[in-house]
Design a protein around this ligand. Sequence first.
Ligand code: CMP
Length: 140
Amino acid sequence: MAVQRTLSIIKPDATRRNLTGKIIAKFEDAGLRVVAQKRIRLTKEEAGRFYAVHRERPFYDELCEFMASAPIVVQVLEGEDAIAKNREVMGATDPAEAAEGTIRKEFALSKGENSVHGSDAPETAAEEIRFFFSELEIVG
Ligand code: CMP
C-alpha cells in the first residue's frame, strides 16, 4: 500500500471540550503522522464552500452553522493507506454505530457533532488539502 495524505478536521464540539490532544494521540497511535496543522475559525460561508457537495442535504445549514460555531483544527495526516486508516480510527459517522476504541465512539456527541472529519477518497483528499493548505505548509 502506498503512502498517502488525507485531510483531517477536529471539529468545534471537540475543540470546545479541549479534546485536541487526545484525538491527535489516536491518529499517531495508529501510525499516522501530522505533517501540517493549524487552528482556525471558519465563517459559515467558508464552511459552506468546504461542504458544497452536501448542499442539497437537509442538514447542510445546520452543518455549516456548527462548523463555524467555534475553532477547528485542520490537519494533513500522512502514512501507509492514510485515507482508509484515518476513517478506521474515526469510526462511523453516527457515534451510535461507531466501533469500540474509535474517536467517534469515545468522543462524538451526535451524527452532526461528531468530533472529526476525514477525506473519503484520494481525489477528495487532494481537493480538501488544497482548500486549507499550500504546499509550503506541508512538511513530511
Ligand atoms: P463529515 O465526515 O464531516 O461529513 C459530512 C458531515 O455531515 C458529517 O461528517 C456529519 O457531521 C454531518 N452529518 C451527516 N449526517 C448528518 C445528519 N443526519 N444530521 C446532521 N449532520 C449530519
